[in-house]
Every structure is written in structure tokens, then in C-alpha cells.
Design a protein around this ligand. Structure first.
Ligand code: ASP
Length: 595
């Protein structure tokens, strides 16, 4: 039978007590994490969000009635225990409260518990589906609690830093109109205007630009954003952005504030010092050296371009790739791996093919200087020597090569590089390598839509020195856009915005939006821009991903209290779900059966 806590008040959380409290009478409350009956002595590990505390019941201390009650406790019962803090004879170095225990004098059972479907322990091996179905129990586990407490702390630190820097926190609508972030929108039907829809915001982009027009020259918001995309380990359909916009600034100002923000947040949350200024590389350099626009710089193994060396060779896979538009031959050198088993090499070939490459060539220089290779027979000794030189390889090293369109080559080698970095233990997991990637292309070609699309979004300012090429060579125009990258993850991105009508109009034209279409979509922004718009720029972080990296976990779900799974459903509440026909009727919606 559950008892009331009337007359009791909690003195402290479990792990807030220490040796300094010895001799005090305290009341603690929490969940039974562990139970041991040694006959005459009962030990309980009490758990709350602060940690674990040992309770000890000795019949001579607490009397028969309390002792019997203690003997009836089971895991996950919620209890209140009053007793004296005592020094422990057997110290447990593994927990913060390992030097003390509570010698209990009074006990109340506040709530009983059924046997939970899995044990509430750290590093649970329980299947994800079960953890998520019983998320309320999963969230009781110490590692999940640490993650959510870290998240709360980081959000608080961000808010206070930004407030100190003069940013105003301003909310923007959740029910809005589609914003042009490029992903699919989540739609909400309107009851009052049948047949019309709100779109949930993919980001507050247009609203924050409007706020600049309105004169709120530094805006900040922890904003929920929604994108109907296919999910990955580091993506959720609804996620949190730390979003900002600044007026009367250029890129340098934005980068400066954000380096300060990151340095402060990382130091105050996990105690790690981050040096400033952060390294900066251009998008081109990132692709050429790491095969990725979010390079993991915790290890080397950079890409090398051997196109010039092999352009006249006898290996048609290489020369064929070079003959095509935007084709290249590039490679990575894997130090000391000349002896990599054939099976392992084949697994990388399979991986490359899975990523759209026709194959993956390799060349090993044996310790005695001889070659083992998939293509050496098509090459002269001089050509092989030139490749080895360009690849900065030595006897004992292995090289992988991809020959294809640049994008395929970068993707494949970038991915293999990461895989090898992890597998060969080249990554120092204690490092926090923040890095700016700048000078992104303004546009990219969408095969799907058969048109140029904005690489960031269509309000991104081109680089002045490239603007004259917008008609002749649009893909070579770079943008005043920047990404903040940490250990191979894109933490966030932003840009200097277009605040000039002529450039904005041209930009719409280039991405195939007619004046009418642009007006139809963004009339409110274009209208606002007629009335005095300050130069402005901004940036947004994917906060969940940032916290995930600070917490040292590799799944974004572990830092979100109630996340969705891969098919965008919530296993706990079983959303999405059907609704009452009356609700549909009110909205004027009829469900068409798919056949
Ligand atoms: N709104 C952009 C995004 O969500 C970020 C920015 O440009 O500030 O990616």
C-alpha cells in the first residue's frame, strides 16, 4: 500500500550528501535501484537524478516494523527514508557517495512498482525498440539522465552567453508558411480555411530576417524545427536549433561571436578548453583534402589528386574517368597497411560500389619495394613511381584510388578515409576539433529537378568577386556561407544574406523562379525589403547534434527525451496515428485508400 509523504520534506538529493553531512538526520527520496538482504541487515541503493546513495536497515536501529517494511521493498519502488548520515566502513570508490550511507530509522513506501521490462542500469544492452516503448523507464537510467541534464545546462549557457552579447530572445511561429530550406514540409490542415495548410517551420529563416528589417539587430532563439526527411543516426524529423541573426555585420563578426559562444559553452559544460581562432578551410580545400564538406581533422590521411600523373597511362579506368566532364583520379595512402588481407580490401571495393563508384583500385608498396596492385600491369615503372611520389607513400603503405566524377571520388574516398580512421584507431576521441568551412558554392545542379538550386538557401549572398560569373559559369560562384564543423559532423551553418533587391531578383531567376513565383512564395519578405533593410547575417546550430558530441554518444536519440525512430514514428505514444472521423470532417479531409 502506497503511503503519503505528508509531514516529510526531502533534505537533499542522494548524491548531494557527503562526508560533511555525517551525523545529520536527513530524509531522502527516490527509487530502489538495488536490494540486498543479508539477514538482520538490509542494503538498499537509492537512486534519483543526482546519483546513488546506500541505505542500511539494521533491525536494532530501526525496529521490527520498519525492518519488515524494508524487507518488502523491490526494485523501482519509490520510497522516502529518514535516518542519520554515517561514514561507511567499506568505501565504494565507484560512486560519488561511496564514503557514506544512511542508517535508516523510518521508511515510507510512496509507490510500489511492477517488475520493469528491463533493468534500469547504465549502458543498457536492451534493444532500442524496447527502450523507446518504455521511454519513461529508459529515461530513468543514469546515462540518459546525464545526457538530458547536460542538454539543459548547455541550453542555459547558450542563453546567458547570447543575452550578455546583446541578443534578444524572440519567438517565431510554429504554424507558418513553407520556408525554403529545401526539405519536405510537415503540413497542418486549416479548419477555418478548408483546403489550405500551414507548414511547420524548417527553420525560422524568413522570420529572423524580418526581425532584422524591424530593427531587432541581434536575435537569438532556441527553436524547434521540422523537416520531413528520411532519418539517419544524427537526424530527427523534429529537432532543435540554436538560431541567430545579426545586423550591420559581415562574416567575420558572426564567426567571432560564435567562437566565443562555443568556447564558453564547451568549457562550462564539459570542462574542455577550445583554442581560438578556429581553423578555417575553404569548401574546395575540404573536398580536395578530406573528400567531405565536414572534415574530421582529428587524423591526417588526406586525399591526393593523381590526375596529372595518370592522364596518359595505359589504364583505361583512369583515363576514361579523366576524359569525362569533372572527372578525376584521386587516392588516399594508408600508412603501414601494405599487408591488408585481400578480403578486407574487397570489402572497401564493395563499399565504394555501394556509393556509386564503378570500382576502387589499390596499390601496395611491399616493404621490399615491389608492388601488389589491381592495375600495375597497365602502368610503366615510371608511372608507378610517380603515383607513389604524389601519394607520399613509402614501402609498407597501401593506396586506394577512385576514378570518376569529382563528387563520386570525394564521397567514396572521404567515406573510406573515415572508416579506416576509426578501424585503425587513428582517431583521438578526446579531441574536439572545431573548424569553419567557408566559401561554399552558391549553387549546385539538381539532377532530380534538372535545374540549379541554392546550396544553402536562396537568400545567401554570393561572394562579390565571383558575381560577374553568375551568367557564364554559375556553378563557379562562391557564397558568403559558412559551416561550423566538429569532428566530422556539421554542427551548424549560416550565411551573409542578400539585402539588395537586384541580387535577390537575379538569384531567383538563376534558380528558375519567375518573378511571379518568387512573389507568390516570399511576397512578405520582398515587400519588407522595400522599406530599409540592414546588411545582416546569421547562423543556426543543430543543438541536438552538438549535445550528442559533447555527451560523447553517437545517436542523436540519446539526447532527446522523446525521439522518433527511423520511420518517423514514436514508439511510446504510437504517433502518428489515425484520428476521429469527426476531426477529419471538420477539416474537410477525406482519406484516399492507396492501392
Ligand atoms: N536557416 C538556416 C538553416 O536552417 C541557417 C541559417 O542560414 O541561419 O540551415
Amino acid at each position: 500500500m502506497a503511503e503519503s509523504m505528508k509531514g516529510l520534506s526531502r533534505s537533499a538529493r542522494c548524491a548531494e550528501l557527503s562526508v560533511g553531512d555525517v551525523g545529520k538526520t536527513v530524509t531522502v527520496m527516490g527509487w530502489v535501484a538495488k536490494y540486498r538482504n543479508k539477514g538482520g541487515l538490509i542494503f538498499i541503493d537509492l537512486r534519483d537524478r543526482s546519483g546513488i546513495l546506500q541505505l542500511i536497515f539494521e533491525e536494532s536501529d530501526c525496529g521490527e516494523a520498519v525492518y519488515e517494511k524494508a524487507a518488502s521493498l523491490r526494485n523501482e519502488y519509490v520510497i522516502a527514508a529518514t535516518g542519520v548520515v554515517a561514514e561507511r566502513s567499506a568505501v565504494n570508490e565507484n560512486i560519488a557517495t561511496g564514503r557514506i550511507e544512511i542508517r535508516v530509522e523510518d521508511l515510507r513506501i510512496l509507490s510500489e512498482s511492477e517488475t520493469p521490462p528491463f533493468e534500469i542500469v547504465e549502458d543498457s544492452k536492451t534493444k532500442d525498440e524496447v527502450r523507446l516503448k518504455y521511454r519513461f523507464l529508459d529515461l530513468r537510467r543514469p546515462d540518459m539522465q546525464r545526457n538530458l541534464m547536460l542538454k539543459s545546462k548547455v541550453l542555459g549557457l547558450m542563453r546567458s552567453f547570447m543575452a550578455n552579447e546583446g541578443f534578444l530572445e524572440i519567438e517565431t511561429p510554429i504554424l507558418g508558411r513553407s520556408t525554403p530550406e529545401g526539405a519536405r514540409d510537415y503540413l497542418v490542415p486549416s479548419r477555418i480555411h478548408p483546403g489550405t495548410f500551414y507548414a511547420l517551420p524548417q527553420s525560422p529563416q524568413l522570420f529572423k530576417q524580418l526581425l532584422m528589417v524591424s530593427g531587432y539587430d541581434r536575435y537569438f532563439q532556441i527553436a524547434r524545427c521540422f523537416r520531413d526527411e528520411d532519418l539517419r543516426a544524427d537526424r530527427q524529423p523534429e529537432f532543435t536549433q540554436a538560431d541567430m541573426e545579426l545586423s550591420f555585420v559581415d562574416m567575420e563578426d558572426v564567426l567571432d561571436v560564435n567562437e566565443g559562444l562555443i568556447q564558453y559553452v564547451v568549457k562550462e559544460s564539459i570542462g574542455v578548453d577550445v583554442a581560438r581562432p578556429f581553423p578555417r578551410i575553404t569548401w574546395q580545400q575540404a573536398m580536395d583534402e578530406y573528400g567531405s564538406d565536414k572534415p574530421d581533422t582529428r587524423f591526417e590521411m588526406k586525399l591526393h589528386d593523381i590526375s596529372a600523373v595518370v592522364k596518359d597511362c595505359g589504364f583505361s579506368v583512369f583515363t576514361g574517368a579523366l576524359a569525362a566532364k569533372n572527372g578525376s583520379v584521386r587516392g588516399i595512402t594508408v600508412k603501414g597497411q601494405a599487408g591488408m588481407p585481400r578480403k578486407k580490401i574487397d570489402s572497401f571495393v564493395t563499399m565504394a560500389k555501394g556509393m556509386g563508384a564503378k570500382g576502387l583500385a589499390y596499390l601496395a608498396v611491399e616493404p621490399d619495394g615491389s608492388y601488389k596492385s589491381s592495375f600495375a600491369k597497365f602502368m610503366t615503372e615510371e608511372e608507378l613511381a610517380a603515383i607513389v611520389k604524389t601519394m607520399e607513400a613509402e614501402p609498407g603503405d597501401l593506396m586506394f584510388f577512385a576514378a570518376d566524377q569529382n563528387t563520386v571520388v570525394w564521397n567514396v574516398l572521404g567515406a573510406i578515409r573515415l572508416e579506416l580512421g576509426e578501424e585503425l584507431g587513428l582517431i583521438d576521441h578526446k579531441k574536439f576539433n572545431f573548424l569553419w568551412v567557408v566559401e561554399f558554392p552558391l549553387l549546385s545542379w539538381s539532377e532530380e529537378e534538372n535545374r540549379l538550386v541554392a546550396e544553402h538557401h536562396p537568400f545567401t549572398m554570393p561572394m562579390e568577386e565571383d558575381w560577374d560569373k553568375i551568367d557564364t559559369d554559375p556553378l563557379s560562384v562562391r557564397a558568403q556561407a559558412y559551416d561550423i564543423v566538429l569532428n566530422g559532423y556539421e554542427l551548424g551553418g549560416g550565411s551573409v544574406r542578400i539585402h539588395r533587391n537586384d541580387i535577390q531578383e537575379k538569384m531567383f531567376e538563376v534558380i528558375g523562379l519567375t518573378k511571379e513565383e518568387a512573389n507568390e512564395k516570399f511576397h512578405f519578405l520582398l515587400e519588407a525589403f522595400k522599406y530599409g533593410v540592414p546588411p545582416h547575417a546569421g547562423l543556426a546550430y543543430g543543438v541536438d547534434r552538438f549535445i550528442m558530441l559533447l555527451a560523447g554518444c553517437d545517436n542523436i536519440r540519446d539526447v532527446i527525451a522523446f525521439p522518433k525512430v527511423k520511420d518517423a514514428s514514436d514508439l511510446l505514444t504510437e504517433a502518428p496515428n489515425t484520428v476521429d472521423p469527426v476531426q477529419l470532417q471538420e477539416l474537410g479531409i477525406a482519406i484516399v485508400e492507396e492501392n
